[in-house]
Design a protein around this ligand. Structure first.
Ligand code: ADP
Ligand code: MG
Length: 250
């Protein structure tokens, strides 16, 4: 589903990603852990080309992200082509970015109606299904500001899912939440994983990573230090840097 191949990225003289390579198979959950500043967010942003990598490629469903093959080689996509490819990837951030002046249901129907041209009735039906899935059907008519952070984040997840992405990217989706609100969001993500969604999750929730991930990646200094099944990364980390990070966060 997703292949990251030797992706490098610098900001000025600061090399933030160094030859990062990862594969995520359809239906798998990859959790990315590592200290602050290790390049996790930049990696996610390179996946959907919110940042343009300096080197390497990202492939989604076998297609290079941002490029297309023609008879005479690989060419940069037009912005419309890139936008279409990007819609295959849902992204959920730390701070939910809902439209504050739109009701919950309208936040969820906006993309499918405006971007995908879905008729409003079908979009509403689909949105109600998604809001039910994230446990917020009763909040359809509410405005975002009346919801808790955890509820807003669940709306943000429903809004992403409404675009029917092939892959979901999560960047510390629970980091901005009060501790008592984290569980409901993680439960929604757990359900999504169980339903077979392909997911890349940057998280500090080690228990979640241990339970849900098929693969855990530890990043430090812009590099993948080690990657493997959660039992191995948490149970028998090979690298000193991984061990010292885990001893600080577990
Ligand atoms: P993480 O998500 O692991 O905390 P980031 O990917 O956000 O790490 O950042 C990695 C490094 O890149 C940090 O040192 C950060 O300051 C730097 N960085 C991130 N985005 C930019 C940017 N747009 N311009 C300059 N430096 C950046
Ligand atoms: Mg980050």
């Amino acid at each position: 589903m997703l292949r990251i191949e030797k992706v490098g990225k610098a900001f000025g003289r600061h090399q933030v990603l160094r030859e990062v390579s990862l594969d995520v198979h359809a239906g798998q959950v990859l959790c990315v852990i590592g200290p602050s500043g290790s390049g996790k967010s930049t990696l996610l942003r390179c996946v959907n080309r919110l940042e343009v990598p300096d080197s390497g490629y990202v492939y989604l469903e076998g297609q290079p992200v941002g490029f297309r093959w023609t008879g005479d080689g690989l060419h940069e996509m037009t912005s419309a082509q890139l936008a279409a490819q990007r819609r295959r990837m849902g992204m959920v951030f730390q701070n939910f970015h809902l439209f504050p002046h739109r009701r919950v249901i309208d936040n969820v129907t906006e993309g499918p109606v405006v971007v995908n041209g879905l008729d409003r009735a079908t979009a509403r039906e689909q949105a109600m299904g998604l809001l039910t899935k994230v446990g917020l059907a009763d909040k359809a008519g509410a405005f975002p500001e009346s919801l808790s952070g955890g509820q807003q984040q669940r709306v943000a997840i429903a809004r992403s899912l409404a675009m029917r992405p092939a892959l979901m990217l999560f960047d510390e989706p629970t980091s901005a939440l009060d501790p008592e609100l984290v569980g409901d969001v993680l439960d929604v993500m757990r359900d999504l994983a169980r339903d077979g969604m392909t997911m890349v999750v940057v998280t500090h929730e080690m228990a979640f990573a241990r339970d849900v991930a098929d693969q855990v990646v530890f990043m430090d200094g812009g590099r993948v230090v080690e990657a493997g099944p959660p039992e191995r990364i948490f149970g028998a980390p090979e690298h000193e840097r991984t061990r010292s990070f885990l001893s600080r966060v577990l």
